[in-house]
Design a binder for this molecule. Structure first.
Ligand code: NDP
Length: 790
């Protein structure tokens, strides 16, 4: 070892290894990791696979590949434990979560070393970021357990949660999943990634030590097949997954129609936008944290650096200089900046993508220096000279290499930032607060850091837009993923709608020569169905009430296009939207008698009550339009962390067959109150109410295209909407099979889908047909981090 006086001569780093004897002994005691089921460690029944230290290639131990039978045993344990766990007073659950947090803190150093040995990430990061955040998550959620009844009243735990986590933040991802689930009164079956099972196993030990009731936390080790067995198990009520978009899509399809709740936290290709008025040195340090943190194996890594042209040469020069100082090597050495990748397979995958980038003509700049002879190390770097369409700009590299592009104007920056199928995170660097916030509002991402990057907190919701998934982890929004109204599963199955009677062809005029077919309402105008077809609608006693237009795929596309053109609706003030909704309520009230008569003719059971409730509901959503607020969350010091409720854009709405007016409006009102435009499919059996509605919409100052109304075959139209890439979210109130169909189809662009699983609800009851839950579903949470002070 060099003497200090020699080091002072050269200022070179000396070795600073973290002691790892305790972790090594712990590993040596456990040559084969089985599972943790019903409060006991169990030996594997099936095959096992090697667990390696990716920094040394040394075999650490073997881990079980859980079988279907083992998953089943764990599920039964979780099911058996759930009612008692949920029945505990919140304070009792909170005490268990506090105890976990305390134990994590007591073992902070041990867990940090274990994580580093297993994953290859640096001890600096496991010690200073991963493990403290794990403790923070359990503390925060202990608090939620304590205050659940008063803060989130009327909600019940969903039941048994199947949780599947990746290898990039093994213990932290466990904490993100387990803490809220337990706080809400659920029990869990969790599968760590087979590459990194150690800290979850150690966590199981903590659960035992604190006396957590058996079956509340079950950990089943295994690979993708084990994960699929968990997600597909009939005993699971909710699936929570973090990992690749590809597997997220597979799970979406796998559990479609099962009624299981789902949250997906998937990949990203997050923009890191540097304006010419940014503090360039700070932005360069930001890149270090954005893409070289955790070897770039971060779903929200700032992996696409967008630099304003005027400062690009200076910025790249400084970035190169900074990159050259990065130290890559033994992750247990406290002076290392970059450790090993998780595996040689991951390294090969990354290097193949980098080679593709070079083959496409981009220039790869990499940190100089010798990489260790052993281990899955990868030199940090960045590309210049890429084009937006290059594979390296579109595909998640998931390694320590960013791409770069330049832009001239803020508009161009936003366009480039949004030129991705993902929407997980973004960083904006500018000393001009107006510009930074304006860009933050326009970027399609679930998390935006202003003059910062990769900051996390248990109180700040985290999750994606678009193909980065749906659902949030952290804070109030995260808790709601693990709760549901208790009455929701009680509804009876919805009867099938009246079958479509013989369709009337386009050229068949009515007997008296007047075409009385009710039309579609698209882009603020009445429109004939594209195919020119209609179907007759019968009411009470089988009387023919009239003809409704039979919309087809083309009509859906036209309606989605019209909705897209009405984008201004999301930009008007909440007050403006409230005014329009009040006006709409008034106009409905003026025509109350007419609607009651129409519903009476249709044979609905409580026409007068239905119309009255519709009017009241319009007033209620008008009132909420400027009150369903975001929040400023207490996270870190000197940070304002804002959670903003943003509209999705265009939503597809499939109205229930019962309560043709109230059901339809119960979907439309919250959606438009939050700034969405909608394409709504009216009741298949009683679509003529929708045709009456357009007159109300027209006289209410609602801009053209905000509400588009279609009539026709429910499931055919729902299918087209679920398939459509420009429909950002979908609500479906049809049959149980139809719910499965739309959920499967939605896997294309991973739009969030809410269905009532084909169960009837009482639309007249404001607890079931109205409320903040509807408003919450009508928007996605964007979390904006804004540091202040020196
Ligand atoms: P995966 O999505 O395959 O793995 C995530 C988790 O899902 C692991 O526990 C995995 O098990 C499990 N899994 C795999 N297949 C299934 C399945 N069919 N059903 C249920 N669970 C399943 O990610 P990879 O590890 O393969 O990484 C590939 C790429 O994914 C990375 O290069 C990166 O681009 C992206 N990724 C993104 C992450 C994020 O945080 N957004 C995290 C990890 C990866 P096991 O690993 O044991 O086989």
């Amino acid at each position: 070892m060099p003497a200090i006086k020699d080091i002072m001569q050269t200022m070179e780093y000396g070795p600073a290894p973290e002691a790892h004897a305790e972790a090594a002994a712990w590993i040596a005691d456990r040559p084969v990791l089985g599972h943790f089921i019903n409060g006991r460690f169990t030996a594997p029944e099936g095959p096992t696979t090697e667990v390696l230290n990716p920094a040394t290639d040394a075999v650490l131990c073997r881990v079980a590949l859980g079988t279907g039978a083992e998953v089943d045993t764990a599920m039964r344990a979780a099911r058996a434990a759930q009612p008692k766990w949920a029945a505990l007073p919140g304070h009792e659950r909170a005490r268990f979560l506090y105890a976990i947090a305390r134990h994590v803190q007591k073992r902070e150093r041990f867990l940090a070393v274990l994580e580093t040995i297993d994953n290859g990430k640096t001890i600096r990061e496991t010690r200073d970021i991963d493990i403290p955040l794990v403790a923070r998550h359990f503390y925060h959620h202990a608090g939620w357990a304590e205050v659940l009844e008063t803060e989130l009243p009327g909600l019940a735990p969903v039941g048994v949660c199947g949780q599947i986590i990746p290898w990039n933040f093994p213990l932290l991802m466990l904490a993100w999943k387990v803490a809220p689930a337990l706080a809400a009164g659920n029990t869990v079956v969790l599968k760590p990634a087979d590459l990194t099972p150690l800290t979850a196993y150690a966590f199981a030990g903590i659960c035992r030590e604190i006396g957590l009731p058996a079956g509340v936390v079950n950990i089943v080790n295994g690979d993708g097949a084990t994960g699929a067995a968990i997600a597909g198990h009939p005993g699971v009520d909710k699936v929570a997954f973090t990992g690749s978009t590809e597997v997220g899509r597979t799970i979406r399809r796998q559990i479609a129609g099962s009624g299981k709740k789902l949250s997906l936290e998937l990949g990203g290709k997050s923009p890191f936008i540097v304006f010419e008025d940014a503090d360039l040195d700070a932005a360069v340090e930001g890149v270090v944290d954005a893409i070289w943190f955790n070897q770039g194996e971060v779903c929200c890594a700032g992996s696409r650096i967008l630099v304003q042209e005027g400062v690009a040469p200076r910025f790249f020069a400084r970035l190169t200089a900074r990159m050259e100082t990065l130290r890559v090597g033994d992750p247990l050495d406290k002076t290392m900046d970059v450790g090993a990748l998780v595996s040689h397979r991951q390294r090969a995958r990354i290097e193949a993508l980098l080679a593709q980038g070079e083959a496409e003509g981009a220039v790869l700049h990499r940190a100089p220096g010798q990489l260790p002879a052993k281990g899955a190390f990868c030199a940090p770097g960045f590309f210049t000279g890429t084009a937006p369409a290059h594979a390296v700009n579109q595909t998640e590299i998931f390694g320590p290499v960013a791409t770069t592009l330049t832009f001239r104007t803020p508009d161009e920056a936003v366009t480039l930032a949004n030129d991705s199928r993902y929407g997980l995170a973004a960083s904006v660097w500018s000393e001009n607060i107006n510009r930074a916030i304006e860009v933050a509002a326009q970027v399609k991402a679930g998390v935006v850091w202003i003059n910062a990057t990769n900051i996390f907190d248990a109180g700040a919701p985290f999750g994606g837009y678009r193909e980065s998934g749906f659902g949030r982890e952290g804070g109030r929004a995260g808790m709601l993923e693990y709760l549901a109204p208790a009455w929701e599963k009680a509804g009876k199955p919805r009867p099938a709608p009246a079958p479509l009677p013989a369709v009337t062809p386009a050229d068949r005029a009515q007997p008296d020569g007047i075409d009385v077919t009710a039309k579609l309402y698209i882009g603020g105008k009445q429109a004939r169905a594209d195919g020119g077809q209609s179907y007759s609608v019968t009411g009470k006693g089988g009387a023919v009430l009239g003809q409704a237009a039979l919309a087809n795929r083309k009509d859906v596309r036209n309606a989605v296009e019209a909705a897209a053109k009405a984008g201004g609706w999301g930009g008007v003030t909440a007050h403006n939207r409230a005014q329009v909704l009040y006006f709409l309520a008034e106009n409905l009230a003026q025509r109350q008698a007419e609607f009651v008569a129409a519903l009476t003719a249709a044979g609905t059971p409580k026409p007068a009550a239905e119309v009255e409730a519709t009017i009241r509901r319009a007033f209620w959503y008008a009132a909420q339009a400027d009150k369903f607020d975001g929040a400023v969350t207490a996270t870190k010091t000197r940070h304002v962390t804002m959670t903003v409720n943003e509209a999705f854009g265009t939503m597809g709405l499939i109205a229930p067959d019962e309560a043709p007016l109230l059901g339809l409006m119960s979907l439309i009102l919250p959606a438009i109150a939050m700034g969405n435009r909608v394409v709504a499919v009216a009741s298949q059996s009683q679509p003529l109410i929708a045709a009456r509605l357009y007159q109300v919409l027209e006289t209410s100052d609602l801009p053209a295209g905000v509400v588009n109304l279609l009539t026709g075959e429910r499931d055919a139209l729902a299918r087209t909407l679920a398939d459509h890439d420009d429909v950002a979210a979908l609500w479906y109130c049809g049959s149980a099979e139809g719910a499965g169909m739309v959920e499967t189809a939605s896997a294309g662009n991973l739009k969030p889908v809410w269905t009532d699983q084909g169960r009837l609800r009482d639309w007249l009851d404001s607890a079931q047909g109205q409320g903040r839950d509807w408003l919450r579903r009508a928007c996605q949470v964007k979390t904006i981090w804004l540091p202040y002070g020196a």
